[in-house]
Design a protein around this ligand. Structure first.
Ligand SMILES: NC(=O)c1ccc[n+]([C@@H]2O[C@H](COP(=O)([O-])OP(=O)(O)OC[C@H]3O[C@@H](n4cnc5c(N)ncnc54)[C@H](OP(=O)(O)O)[C@@H]3O)[C@@H](O)[C@H]2O)c1
Length: 329
């Protein structure tokens, strides 16, 4: 089968398209014919082995994983002897980042508990774009952020997968939502439904004193001391990602500063695939609109990763693996 293979850390152009043996499902694994996959931050960090501290997880000298790709949507081709959840032909999807990656290939063999049946109305492209970003947004806003009806919400880093889906989750709670991102993305964000938009290069949203009940941050880059002032009394700040020093600050100082200010400052550790049923419900009842960048072909993965790294995308970059276009249905 065709796969995009990683041998050592470096820029995305070190990835090569190779013919490798098709995996066999063992134990509780299922073999999935990948129809669509998506680019996300894990892939971008893994290819380069940066930030360096991540090499404690990825492999100190060489990457542990040779085929990346954390989100997959496809059809079950075969099942391992202990697999019970799926049958051949089932349409499945999921975040497989804790099950060995492998989405940048024509087939992947993966633990069945990392996969879920796709709702009937969902296309493979949509399914590939959903699990990681949608659950970061859902677990951030609803779980850690305890979103309330009518809250004033701000999403920092609004133009990526988390922000564009997070907006639509917040709108389910009749919230007024402000999106912060680069100027060139603001028109698209307005059209998607953000009530206000802010260009982060021009305006520092933390200067808006007591402006928000809830801040969801996909790109924490400020000192932790800046956030409490932007929150209303009892407000919540939840980071889903950002620079490593800022995240460490949040982890260690967040609880103390929260106690001192009466506000909550949290960092979210994603629980892959937890809450997908709720995302299904939202998708089917309100037609979550997914902003898909692409789709690109499997051989375009290195270029798509470069695109992600330059942050030229809006929403999720999707890769359609099956050349016949079957991946769209
Ligand atoms: N918590 C967890 O367990 C977990 C797991 C996996 C990933 N993550 C994290 O979750 C986040 C994923 O978000 P995503 O997929 O939506 O990311 P994304 O697609 O990269 O989008 C992020 C957006 O933020 C913008 N941005 C960059 N710097 C900014 C700044 N200083 N202020 C405001 N906006 C800024 C980017 O635009 P420009 O760069 O063009 O300006 C881009 O539009 C990442 O931070 C990732 O590391 C967390």
């Amino acid at each position: 089968m065709k796969a995009i293979v990683l041998h050592h850390y470096g820029p995305p152009n070190i990835l090569t398209v190779r013919e490798i043996p098709r995996p066999e499902p063992v134990g509780d694994e299922v073999l999935v014919k990948v129809q669509a996959t998506a680019i996300n931050d894990w892939d971008w960090a893994y290819v380069r082995g940066k930030p360096y501290i991540y090499r404690l997880i990825f492999g100190l000298l060489r990457p542990r994983v040779s085929v990346l790709g954390a989100e997959v949507a496809g059809t079950v081709e075969a099942t391992g002897p202990q697999a019970k959840k799926f049958r051949r032909g089932d349409r499945v999807y999921g975040d497989i980042s804790e099950a060995g990656f492998g989405g940048f290939a024509e087939y992947v063999s993966v633990r069945e508990d990392a996969l879920t049946h796709m709702p009937r109305s969902m296309t493979f492209e949509q399914a590939a774009a959903l699990p990681h970003a949608a659950l970061l947004a859902y677990q951030g806003l609803v779980g850690a952020g305890k979103i309330q009806r009518g809250d004033r919400v701000l999403i920092n880093g609004a133009g990526g997968g988390v922000g564009t889906i997070g907006l639509q989750i917040a709108k389910q709670y009749d919230c007024e939502v402000t999106g912060v991102d680069r100027e060139s993305k603001l028109d698209a964000l307005r059209s998607l439904g953000f009530d206000q938009v802010i260009d982060y290069k021009q305006v520092d949203f933390t200067r808006n004193r007591e402006g928000y009940d809830l801040i969801l941050d996909a790109k924490s880059s400020r000192s932790i001391f800046r956030y409490p002032g932007a929150l209303k009394p009892g407000g919540r700040y939840v980071s889903v990602g950002g620079s490593v020093p800022r995240l460490l600050e949040l982890l260690f100082l967040g609880p103390v500063i929260g106690k001192m200010t009466g506000k909550r400052l949290k960092i979210l550790a994603l629980k892959p695939n937890q809450g997908l049923e709720e995302i299904h419900r939202l998708f089917e009842s309100t037609s979550i609109k997914l902003l898909i960048d692409g789709p690109f072909g499997l051989e375009d993965v290195p270029a798509a990763l470069e695109r992600f790294g330059r942050s030229d995308h809006i929403g999720k970059i999707v890769i359609v693996t099956n050349a016949s276009g079957e991946g769209r249905q």
